[in-house]
Design a protein around this ligand. Structure first.
Ligand SMILES: Cc1cc2nc3c(=O)[nH]c(=O)nc-3n(C[C@H](O)[C@H](O)[C@H](O)COP(=O)(O)OP(=O)(O)OC[C@H]3O[C@@H](n4cnc5c(N)ncnc54)[C@H](O)[C@@H]3O)c2cc1C
Length: 301
């Protein structure tokens, strides 16, 4: 998922996912600050930005929160009110840019717009992802769109070989190409019975899970034993790996179009399962960029 060196552009693996691999010419669309390893790139960028900012005459106010927009009688935004501890004030401005994050840390807004997050998942965001920016925009007549689009994930890879297994729901059926981006897979897990799914691997691809959100639960010698161990309906799981393996042997996946290079085999003889059970263990973050603001007709404040 992340290159160890200082390469700034990367293939993420998403370019292999159907139907996108047929719709776009593969290109390295992933970006990383050219710094070795997984972390530290963000700090490097922010330090550079802060140094550049210090060279300008821009005024920066720390510990200061915008509280509301100021509008004139026609509804035009003419400034913003702010608070810094006990101090308050107003800044007049020809225009105001709202860039105040998402709403994942606001339980009321989560309950209203993405109830599945509040009920089942652990939410993760920045302290001030309280939706105030979105509400400021709406107070000036903007409309909210895509408020129900959450970024949900319980990644089951790395190791990369795990995408060669199959992910099945509580009916023992596949429902997504396993080589999808982990959030795309998790999004589809949420739509299954009890928002639960199982990753099934054969002994050739089994390894100690690296990701804590999908722990290894158990292993079985045969698929029927695994089916019983998982509490799946009798007969439900037997057909799925048999059909998958038959097609995978030819490098095909007619149901979900997994990339031929990533199609592995899953049982009989499956020995392990992972449970990306998003009810209790999912890591979740909301993607504020998806919470777009669209201008509606201006409204008097
Ligand atoms: C754990 C985690 C991992 C992520 N990983 C990735 C990743 O790998 N790749 C990726 O592309 N994205 C990732 N994201 C998403 C990415 O961080 C966000 O999409 C992005 O930061 C959003 O930018 P933003 O400017 O809209 O909001 P933010 O970065 O949230 O910035 C909003 C700012 O506004 C401030 N603010 C809030 N309210 C007020 C107010 N009333 N007055 C004044 N200031 C206010 C906040 O303090 C904050 O500094 C991740 C997010 C999380 C939580």
């Amino acid at each position: 998922m992340i290159q160890p060196g200082t390469e700034g552009l990367m293939f993420t693996g998403n370019e292999k996912v159907w139907p996108f691999r047929e719709q776009a010419t593969p290109a390295p669309r992933g970006h990383k600050v050219p710094r070795p390893g997984d972390t530290g790139g963000g700090g490097l960028v922010l330090d550079l930005l802060a140094a550049r900012l210090a060279e300008t005459d821009a005024e920066v106010r720390f510990e200061t929160g915008a509280t509301n927009l100021v509008q004139d009688a026609s509804g035009a935004v003419v400034g913003i009110a702010w608070r810094r501890f006990e101090e308050t004030g107003v800044v007049r401005a020809a225009s105001v840019v709202i860039a105040a994050g998402g709403f994942v840390m606001n339980p009321d807004m989560v309950a209203a717009h993405t109830p599945s997050l509040g009920a089942k998942l652990f939410t993760l965001g920045s302290t001030y992802d309280d939706g105030l920016g979105l509400r400021l925009g709406r107070s000036a007549g903007a409309a909210w769109e895509h408020m129900d689009e959450a970024f949900i994930t319980a990644p089951f890879y790395p190791p990369g070989d795990f995408v060669k297994g199959i992910v099945v729901n509580k009916e023992g059926r596949r429902f997504v190409a396993e080589d999808s981006y982990h959030s795309r897979t998790s999004y589809n897990v949420m739509k299954q019975t009890d928002s639960a799914a199982y990753l099934i691997l054969d002994s050739a691809h089994m390894a100690e899970p690296a990701m804590p959100l999908c722990p290894l639960v158990d292993g079985w010698e045969t698929v029927p034993e695994m089916e019983a161990g998982l509490g799946l309906p009798p007969g439900s799981l037997v057909e799925t790996p048999a059909s998958y393996n038959e097609h995978a042997a030819r490098g095909e996946d007619p149901d979900f179009h997994k990339h031929p290079r990533l199609a592995g085999t899953a049982g009989p003889g499956a020995v392990g399962r992972l449970r990306p059970d998003t009810r209790h263990r999912a890591l979740c973050r909301l993607h504020p960029r998806r919470h777009g603001l669209r201008r509606r007709r201006p409204r008097a404040h």
